[in-house]
Design a protein around this ligand. Structure first.
Ligand code: UGA
Length: 453
């Protein structure tokens, strides 16, 4: 919404949320205090906020005043009831639709921005149309059009992805509404990149785009394991297969497994839909992408324990990177969570460092508070927050790199090696270090997907 406001100064954009603390944070004078860390976002907000971009908790008033309402609430995986563990929980989408139905005035275009299972637009339409029949004095004047306009931005590169999108997708059957939304994007997106589809195609495209991307990561991660077993190197294999135009070079980085709020949730959602529509084989096919991802995360912690003579109880391990990828402070479904929990279960003492994730968030994710110092209590695991890489490495038997932050590419290993306890290991799951530097510093290196002859 901030980018729309930035690109269209004549359109007034009001972002509303029931959560007052969050809205206050979006209105914070100090732009470094915005609730989301995203490179370039502060500049966009600085240009548009107060001009034609507003953040407010006055939800009803904003709906009443709007020609177009974007529903952008979260749709997490259901934790209980029918479809628990796979289907999306649509309660917030439904609540939004009901609130729009209650407060809208005249003709309103309702845009699904949240990632939703196929045919959710039908539910939104049903709720909106029911309100037209209700006893509101102005119900005769009340009309709605529902569009699907899924978001393809990736965290960390959100501003670039929005300013120069590969495509914008608009699904809908009311061509006037579709064109009204297309008009907004056409201020900065080339016309051939604005794709118009049926509602259902648009909803399904979003889920399957993520499923295809995640599938590539699970595929290359499985190849990494084959590389380790055979003596091949996944970086070389990745370059070789990525040079085939039909395959392409992007999304072929082997890593500790994909994280983030989207891939797992969307694939499980797809799996649930497949089962619902009587396609169990298709469901199992996609489910395997998620299973392989869980396997990859477990594989890293098992391997580390094995290399450290079969036990990490009482040993100090430095974890570099807790965010699910670089350039974000988001830790949702981060592979670092499962890997850290596995290691804590093994009795390890973890010193965790991340340039943007704070101690409070890590405590929430690990379900336990940090310790001031690492002390092994009867062999049970504990963790502390390390303010610097050097702090994390002090006395450590191994360092495990889980996020590809640029600062980890530039570490001075010759200087850092002396802080660790020999024989000390560097486990690099993101291919960020130069192996020669590590060995020259007297450390032992393990890199994901690197087989030894
Ligand atoms: C993903 C999609 O890339 C976006 O197109 C989509 O809009 C978004 O989900 C969404 O549905 O909202 P995001 O989750 O922000 O975006 O991040 P990605 O860059 O896709 O990374 C996801 C995970 O895959 C990260 O843990 C990343 O480290 C991992 N990854 C990515 C790899 O392990 N290897 C790669 O080559 C690429």
């Amino acid at each position: 919404m901030a980018v729309i406001a930035d690109r269209c100064p004549d359109i007034e954009v009001t972002v509303v949320d029931l959560n007052e603390t969050r809205i206050d944070a979006w209105n914070h004078k100090d732009l470094s205090e915005l609730p989301i860390y995203e490179p370039g976002l502060d500049d966009v907000v600085a240009r548009a906020r107060g001009r034609n971009l507003f953040f407010s908790t006055a939800v009803d008033e904003a709906i009443a005043a709007a020609d177009m309402v974007f529903i952008s609430v979260n749709t997490p995986t259901k934790t209980k009831g029918i479809g628990a563990g796979q289907a999306s929980d649509l309660r917030w989408v439904e609540a939004c639709a009901r609130q729009v139905a209650e407060c809208a005035k005249g003709h309103t275009i309702v845009v699904e921005k949240s990632t939703l299972p196929v045919r959710t637009a039908a539910a939104i339409k049903a709720i909106l149309h029911a309100s037209q029949r209700q006893s509101r004095a102005d119900s005769a004047l009340l009309t709605f059009s529902v569009l699907s306009n899924p978001e393809f931005l990736a965290e960390g590169t959100a501003i670039r992805d929005l300013e120069q999108p590969d495509r914008v997708l608009i699904g809908g059957d009311d061509s006037i509404a579709v064109e009204a939304l297309a008009d907004i994007y056409s201020r900065w997106v080339q016309p051939e990149k604005i794709l118009r589809t049926k509602l259902w195609s648009s909803e399904l495209s979003k889920l399957t785009a993520n499923a295809f991307l995640a599938q590539r990561i699970s595929s290359i991660n499985s190849v990494a394991a084959i590389c380790e077993a055979t003596g091949a190197d996944v970086r070389e294999v990745s370059r070789a297969i990525g040079s085939d135009r039909r395959i392409g070079s992007e999304f072929l980085h082997a890593g500790p497994g994909f994280g983030g709020s989207c891939f797992q949730k969307d694939i499980l959602n797809l799996v649930y839909l497949c089962r619902h529509f009587g396609l169990p084989e298709v469901a199992s096919y996609w489910e395997q992408v998620v299973e392989l991802n869980n396997w990859q995360q477990n594989r890293i912690s098992r391997l580390l324990v094995n290399k450290l003579f079969g036990t990490v109880t009482g040993k100090k391990l430095a974890i570099l990177g807790f965010a699910f990828k670089a350039n974000t402070n988001d830790t949702r479904e981060s592979p670092a969570i499962r890997i850290s929990l596995d290691l804590l279960e093994e009795g390890a003492q973890l010193a965790i460092h991340d340039p943007k994730v704070d101690s409070h968030q890590i405590a929430l994710d690990l379900g336990r508070p940090p310790s001031e110092e690492l002390v092994s209590l009867k062999g049970s695991g504990s963790w502390m927050f390390a303010k610097s890489v050097a702090d994390a490495l002090k006395g450590a038997d191994a360092v495990l790199i889980l996020t590809e932050w640029d600062q980890y590419r530039e570490l001075d290993w010759a200087g850092l090696a002396g802080l660790m306890r020999a024989p000390a290991w560097v486990f690099d799951t993101r291919s960020v270090v130069d192996p020669a530097q590590i060995t020259d510093a007297g450390l032992i290196i393990w890199r994901l997907g690197e087989g030894k002859d």
